[in-house]
Design a protein around this ligand. Structure first.
Ligand code: PLP
Length: 484
């Protein structure tokens, strides 16, 4: 007998059933709640005691506080009218996978610490890699293979660490190393470089009128760095930038990377998921030149956060950079090299059994089901794009390449335009009827050339797990009614 007051099995079972009911009710009803909360900073903190309870409390009290204190303080990412940032798909199969993973409670750091945890991850990432049309070199059947990271930010950090290690082993000094991305790349590239001790070497390359990296500018920048005695070691090509889902020219960037001996990482965190549809495969053109590629099932492929898929063309540089084996982690199967130990493919040691939820999702929906979900989001984006074009008060702020529409009120005066667009966004989000986020994108002329400094822009991201075209149309009516 333990002395801790554990939940007895019968109570756990009853509470668990009731909690699943609660989650189902939440997801059924989330569309009826105001999407954004109306709380002020410190509201929750003030409502909670300063200390943990000394003795346990009844579950009725805990759950009542969820209703009273927690739910009103949420931004409802699962609302069908949540269009901010990028979606964070939560689906029934994935939620059940999370629950089972929590219940099994295993640590998958080594193959030996739960063989099924490691092998299922390898298999489902091969499944997903094939479904996305990735070249065979990214599959575990060759030198490469896939691994689930917590986030795309960790995925790019792992890629930078491998690139750095490879360059250092070939004789470069840390202070010589340079990493490239476009000015529109996700901030995680700069953050990863800083963490890797390469903050001094980050170079952000300019973009063209479509906000995609200018590969000629990259080539020139690489040559300039080499002429100055520095060592280009890494470039990130983004397939679907966060601001506007611009698609960098991966093949052209890959040619520069290959000529310079740089590691090419493809960040397809959001838009890369669309490659699951054969008609969207072109998004990943050029990926055959990449050393690593990342897609986030936790955005658009119906898999709860966290689940970021990273595929490597060759796993050795990552393992070379990250494997350290103290005595307490030695294991005969690992020594023989017969198995994958995923701790060597990531920054932390411990790891959750995240493959379970992805396996549930792939088996429940099938690849066809995921394609249908992606196509819904794309069709909704096409509808919004047409609505923007049809309304002379608005302009598209960037070409629509995927399930994100960037738009703003037209205004001759940039400052007044920014103020009006900010006010529109604030009014929409305060209405509770929908939720959008923003970015800043340059003005463009009719030919698509960039003509001015960045302007306040509204982002409407599709791909929510529960969003129908009718939800999108209702949301657009609210936007149009507030446009003044
Ligand atoms: C969302 C996003 C990221 C960051 O994703 P996390 O998984 O939250 O780290 C990185 N890159 C791109 C292009 C993104 O859209």
């Amino acid at each position: 007998m333990t002395t801790a007051p554990h939940l007895d099995t019968a109570t756990f079972r009853a509470l668990g059933h009731a909690l699943v009911d609660r989650v189902a009710d939440y997801l059924d009803g989330v569309g009826d709640l105001p999407v954004a909360p109306s709380v002020r900073p410190g509201d929750l903190t003030a409502a909670l005691p300063a200390q943990a309870p000394e003795t346990g409390e009844p579950w009725e009290a805990i759950l009542a506080d969820v209703d009273r204190l927690i739910v009103p303080g949420l931004l409802h990412w699962q609302s069908p009218r949540f269009f901010g940032y990028f979606p964070a798909n939560a689906s029934g199969p994935a939620i059940l996978g999370e629950l089972l993973s929590a219940g099994l409670g295993v640590q998958g750091m080594l193959w030996a610490t739960s063989p099924a945890c490691t092998e299922l991850e390898t298999v489902v990432l091969d499944w997903l890699g094939r479904a996305l049309g990735l070249p065979a070199r990214f599959l575990s059947t060759g030198e490469g293979g896939g691994v689930i990271q917590g986030t795309a930010s960790e995925a790019v950090l792992v890629a930078i660490l491998a690139a750095r290690d490879r360059a250092l082993r070939s004789g470069a000094r840390l202070d010589q190393l340079v990493v490239f991305a476009s000015t529109e790349a996700h901030s995680s590239v700069t953050k990863g470089a800083r963490i890797a001790g390469l903050g001094h070497g980050v170079r952000l390359v300019g973009v063209d009128g479509a906000l995609a990296m200018d590969a000629d500018a990259l080539r020139a920048a690489v040559e300039a760095e080499r002429a100055a005695g520095r060592v280009p070691c890494f470039v990130c090509a983004t397939v679907g930038t966060t601001s506007s889902t611009a698609i960098d020219p991966v093949a052209a960037i890959g040619a520069v990377a290959q000529a310079a001996g740089m590691w090419l990482h493809v960040d397809g965190a959001f838009a890369g998921s669309a490659a699951i549809c054969p008609e969207q495969r072109h998004l990943l053109d050029g990926v055959e030149r990449a050393d690593s590629v990342c897609v986030n099932p936790h955005k658009w492929l119906l898999t709860n956060f966290d689940c970021s898929a990273l595929w490597l063309a060759d796993r050795r540089p990552v393992v070379d950079a990250l494997a350290i084996t103290p005595e307490y982690l030695r294991h005969a199967t690992s020594e023989r090299g017969a198995v994958i130990d995923y701790r060597d493919w990531q920054v932390p040691l411990g790891r959750r059994f995240r493959a379970l939820k992805l396996w549930f999702v792939l088996r429940h929906y099938g690849v066809e089901g995921l394609r249908a979900h992606v196509r819904d989001g794309l069709a909704q984006a096409v509808w919004v794009e047409a609505a923007v074009r049809a309304d002379p008060r608005f302009e598209l702020a960037a070409p629509r390449t995927s399930a994100l529409v960037c738009f703003r009120l037209v205004d001759d005066d940039p400052e007044r335009g920014d103020a009006r667009n900010q006010a529109l966004l604030a009014a929409l989000n305060a209405s509770g009827a929908l939720y959008l986020s923003h970015t800043r994108l340059p003005a463009r002329d009719a030919a698509g050339a960039l003509t001015g400094p960045p302007r306040h822009t509204l982002r409407l991201a599709l791909g929510g797990a529960r969003t129908s075209l009718a939800d999108v149309q209702a949301a657009w009516s609210v936007i149009a009614a507030n446009a003044g």
